[in-house]
Design a protein around this ligand. Structure first.
Ligand SMILES: NC(=O)c1ccc[n+]([C@@H]2O[C@H](COP(=O)([O-])OP(=O)(O)OC[C@H]3O[C@@H](n4cnc5c(N)ncnc54)[C@H](O)[C@@H]3O)[C@@H](O)[C@H]2O)c1
Length: 389
């Protein structure tokens, strides 16, 4: 992803609904939709992805960024200067004791989200977490119970189900445009991040970093997964990264995951850090169909990546020539999730993104690891409300 180019527009909420349950959970922060208040927000983790989040958060009418935190304090200070944020802290303890805030946005290394999200919820903060929310389904479900008990909300990236292209595809499937849906395939890969070791350390890997987008899109389109079979490998055993130099790769950098959605529908996701890609981390120039859905009477291909989709090509028995639809992003950008969550807290407008789906996707990842380690098919326990509309 290109974190250097902030895009400032905001998702059009026309297809979202005002849910009384959300208003109740968000408690005193909810006001009438015509007089939104700014949600006092603290951001932890001021590395690469903060370059994409902070321009959106600091421009949102629903957000007041009051503090930044990073264990590399110079990073928090640099971003505070750049984005005019008054307070910086060198760790979560100092941040929680510092200037008050209501909403914690977690952009740290993947491995520490669990620990930081727990601290945030315990302290009574609403939490937006980059992926994953936790390291296991059990802990993630514990977080949901804790959040309910505290009257706070919890969300996690990615937000691919918020895009108008996802909505178009979901509508076609619900309307039966593809006939009897049989199969789907999705892929996301590049040559791997070069800046931080955590992507390659235990609990890192291409699945929680890249395949997570495709898992979110495909479960959103085809429904929760019943069982998973996977093969995983490490193609490049050693790498050089900016923060730690030469490192050993401890988690998969090549993943092939088969998912059974029930009713005969089978999908496949592949991800990796060894994929030659002429466009690198840049999404806008990717024009292949990275998601393909095939049924008895039609075919649908998502143009570009699901996190930065460019359109949907559709062919059906009635109209067999591929026709392109939904080329307008309508304000959707992948890095707006935390700003949308703040809007939800301020106005009560619900997101299509749910923590239940994020935890289901997490369970797909842990099940894929178990399947690869044991050579067996692994049944899943979790589910989420579907269809996502
Ligand atoms: N970089 C991207 O383009 C991108 C895009 C989408 C999602 N993400 C996700 O965002 C997260 C962060 O990725 P990144 O690329 O920004 O990594 P990064 O290494 O550039 O930044 C992570 C930052 O978190 C800080 N940090 C680590 N542990 C901390 C702690 N305990 N307390 C406070 N700060 C701590 C680090 O010092 C670092 O500055 C990951 O979950 C990643 O998957 C990244």
């Amino acid at each position: 992803m290109n974190t250097a180019a902030p895009v400032l527009s905001r998702r059009d909420f026309t297809k979202t609904t005002l849910l009384a349950g959300a208003a109740a959970a968000a408690g005193p922060l909810v006001q009438a939709a015509d007089s939104p208040r700014r949600i006092r927000t603290g951001v932890i983790g001021c590395g690469s992805v903060s370059n994409a989040y902070l321009p959106v958060l600091t421009k949102s009418p629903f957000v007041e960024v009051v503090s930044l935190c990073d264990i590399k304090p110079e990073r928090a200070k640099r971003q505070a200067e750049r984005f005019k944020v008054a307070n910086t802290y060198p760790n979560i303890d100092a941040m929680l004791k510092g200037v008050p805030f209501d909403f914690l946005v977690v952009l740290t290394d993947m491995q520490v989200h669990e620990e930081i999200n727990r601290r945030g919820i315990q302290a009574g903060k609403h939490v937006w977490s980059e992926k994953p929310i936790a390291n296991t389904l059990a802990v993630g479900q514990e977080f949901l119970r804790m959040a309910r008990a505290k009257g706070v909300r919890l969300w996690g990236a990615p937000i691919t189900v918020q895009s108008p292209q996802f909505a178009f595809m979901a509508r076609q499937l619900q309307a039966g445009a593809l006939g009897r849906v049989a199969a789907a395939h999705a892929f996301y890969g590049h040559e791997g991040p070069s800046w931080s070791a955590f992507f390659y350390e235990k609990l890192g890997g291409s699945m929680p970093d890249l395949a997570v987008y495709n898992f979110t899109s495909l479960t959103g389109l085809l429904g929760p997964v019943k069982r998973v079979t996977a093969m995983l490998s490490i193609v490049t055993p050693e790498r050089t990264v900016d923060d730690k130099g030469r490192i050993k790769v401890a988690e998969e950098d090549n993943a092939m995951v088969l998912m059974d959605h029930g009713n005969g529908v089978i999908s496949h996701v592949q991800s990796g850090f060894n994929y030659f890609n002429p466009h690198g981390h840049e999404g806008r120039n990717e024009t292949r169909h990275t998601i393909q859905v095939i049924g008895s009477k039609g075919y649908m291909g998502l143009v570009g990546y699901d996190w930065e989709p460019l359109g949907v090509d559709l062919a059906t028995m009635d109209q067999p020539a591929l026709k392109r639809h939904q080329t307008d992003a309508q304000g959707y950008i992948w890095q707006q999730g935390a700003a949308l969550a703040a809007e939800c807290l301020a106005t009560g407008k619900e997101l299509l993104v749910t923590p239940e789906q994020a935890l289901h996707v997490l369970e797909i990842i842990t099940a894929a690891r178990e399947s690869a380690a044991t050579g067996r098919r692994v049944d899943l326990q979790s589910t989420f409300k579907w269809p996502v509309v």
